[in-house]
Design a protein around this ligand. Structure first.
Ligand code: BYC
Length: 481
């Protein structure tokens, strides 16, 4: 078969020759009904019979891999797609640097690999669960469609990890695949594995922040796993990254459009001070200080997803050749980090300082630094919108010590500027930095569905271009009531 094109003749579309891999096909077909039950119970609430203008991957050729058409979500073809195998690929880092990449799981690294694949897999359905209520309050059909596109692709990413578990990890892999359908975001008894995936996504501003900041953690983690010496994982993650780009686009442009609309409304009403929250809110748009609070929340939750700054887990995964660095192959060093150090932010005598640590154990910190740099790009765009509109206000990333639950700063309180404060000050002032109940109630009051073609809620601007270059009045979702 041609690896570039996807075989749609089996129940599960794929480019991994499933029709000749009977055992794995059987395992996946056995898992399918449970997945559909999960999708029906925990996937988007409502709209399951609506026709949604979705893209489906039909090839893994980066020049043209998706086709757009109306699909009912339960009929979306969730498939197994791996990027083409690179000939003679070698392990690009760690103790096995330069040796041929593994096509099978090396026995000694089986547990570590399985753990990373399970963690990755767990985040995908979690995000769908977190976003399941949002369809009811979408600000437009365009946004509704984007939400569903993100959701079906997160579902596909779960399939991607389940394929790896079922093909390469035998019985434990099948058990893990079942458990991925059993855990639930925010459940007291059986929560999702990582913190941020048990938080609520109560409104559309949170959705945009999540797709900007949390999906970007996904990007960084997938890039690191795409370097893996375990070739099937590398190829899987490489293709997932193609889809992931749209999710972050939804976040970046979503926040841009909220900021744009707020600035426009303030200008029309002659409001010069962005901090004049009551007057701005009276216009039915989200004030900039509240946008900053949401940003503070989602950025800090996403920083926690990188684990501890200094981590032996990360060092072991790197040494083993399982999880590399962001853009590993483009880094000019020994790729083994034998004597290298890396500056890590730490609390030293009550002061936040950079301290050199062995680079091997500082890999989480390094990836988090790469992530922060990537996050800054969106802020520059949003701040440009604000300054072009004539306002003296800048959105900023909070300090890494702010509102942390994992790592070096989990036991201290800090302001968004990074000043360390005691519990009393934190409790008295946290409402200035994180969304309060009143902020949440105000945003919730704006969340009214807008379902006319080409119509948008008052609190968000229309996008600059349509999906698949469709015109402004395109009916992205044919709502079935
Ligand atoms: N919450 O050495 P440590 C995505 C645990 S997002 C709860 O500090 P390590 C997506 C850790 O498991 C990307 N527990 O950290 C986005 C360990 O527990 P055990 C998802 C946490 O292991 C949007 C202990 O603390 N992919 O794709 O170096 C929508 C000590 O660990 C957390 C991945 O994350 C936490 N935040 O790094 C849809 C890639 N942090 O084993 C999808 C795979 C740490 O001692 N995962 N712990 O019981 C990894 O590479 C690593 O496991 C982590 C943690 C980066 C998560």
């Amino acid at each position: 078969m041609n690896i570039m094109n996807v075989d749609y003749s089996t129940k599960i579309p794929n480019n991994v020759n499933l029709s000749e891999d009977r055992q794995v096909l059987k395992a996946l077909e056995g898992w399918h009904p449970g997945y559909m039950d999960w999708w029906n119970d925990m996937g988007p609430e409502g709209f399951q019979q609506s026709l949604v203008y979705l893209r489906t991957a039909y090839s893994v050729d980066p020049r043209g891999w998706a086709k757009f058409d109306y699909v009912r979500m339960p009929e979306y073809r969730w498939g197994i797609l791996l990027a083409p195998q690179e000939e003679n690929r070698v392990i690009p880092f760690g103790e096995n640097y330069g040796k041929p990449a593994w096509q099978e799981v090396p026995g000694e690294h089986r547990a570590t690999l399985r753990r990373l694949i399970v963690i990755q897999g767990d985040t995908e359905p979690a995000s769908v669960e977190q976003q399941r209520h949002l369809g009811k309050t979408a600000p437009s059909l365009y946004d509704l469609r984007n939400l569903f596109q993100v959701n079906v692709e997160e579902g596909r990413h779960l399939w991607a990890m389940v394929y790896l578990l079922q093909k390469y990890f035998g019985r434990d892999g099948r058990e893990e695949a079942d458990d991925l359908l059993r855990r639930r975001s925010g459940d007291a008894d059986s929560p999702r594995m990582l913190g941020a995936f048990n938080e609520a996504t109560p409104d559309w501003l949170s959705f945009f922040m999540f797709t900007y900041f949390t999906d970007r953690d996904g990007k960084m983690q997938l890039h690191s796993l795409a370097q893996s010496g375990f070739d099937p994982l590398s190829r899987t993650c490489r293709f997932m990254l193609t889809e992931e780009a749209h999710h972050m686009f939804v976040g970046e442009t979503g926040i841009s459009r909220v900021v744009q609309r707020t600035c426009e409304a303030m200008n029309q009403a002659g409001i010069a001070d962005p901090a004049d929250i009551a007057r701005v809110r009276a216009l039915g748009v989200i004030d900039l200080p509240t946008i900053q609070k949401k940003l503070n929340l989602h950025y800090s939750l996403s920083l926690d997803l990188f684990g501890s700054e200094v981590s032996t887990n990360a060092a072991n995964a790197f040494n083993a050749g399982i999880k590399g660095r962001y853009r590993e192959t483009q880094i000019d060093d020994d790729h083994q980090l034998k004597n290298a150090t890396y500056p890590v932010l730490k609390l030293v005598d009550g002061v936040i300082r950079r301290v050199d640590e062995p680079a091997l154990t500082a890999l989480n910190m390094r990836l988090r630094d790469d992530y922060t740099q990537d996050c800054v790009k969106g802020l520059l765009r949003w701040n440009k919108i604000i300054s072009l509109a004539g306002f003296n206000f800048e959105l900023a990333l909070p300090n890494v010590a702010f509102h942390r639950q994992i790592g070096e700063f989990k036991d201290v309180n800090a302001t968004p500027e990074g000043a360390l404060i005691d519990d009393a000050i934190w409790n008295a002032r946290k409402g200035e930095w994180l969304p309060s109940t009143a902020d949440g109630d105000f945003i919730a009051s704006l969340m009214k569905p807008v379902t006319g073609t080409g119509a948008y809620a008052n609190w968000i601007s229309p996008p600059k271009v349509g999906i698949d270059n469709k015109p402004g009045d395109f009916e992205y979702v044919k709502i079935e009531t």
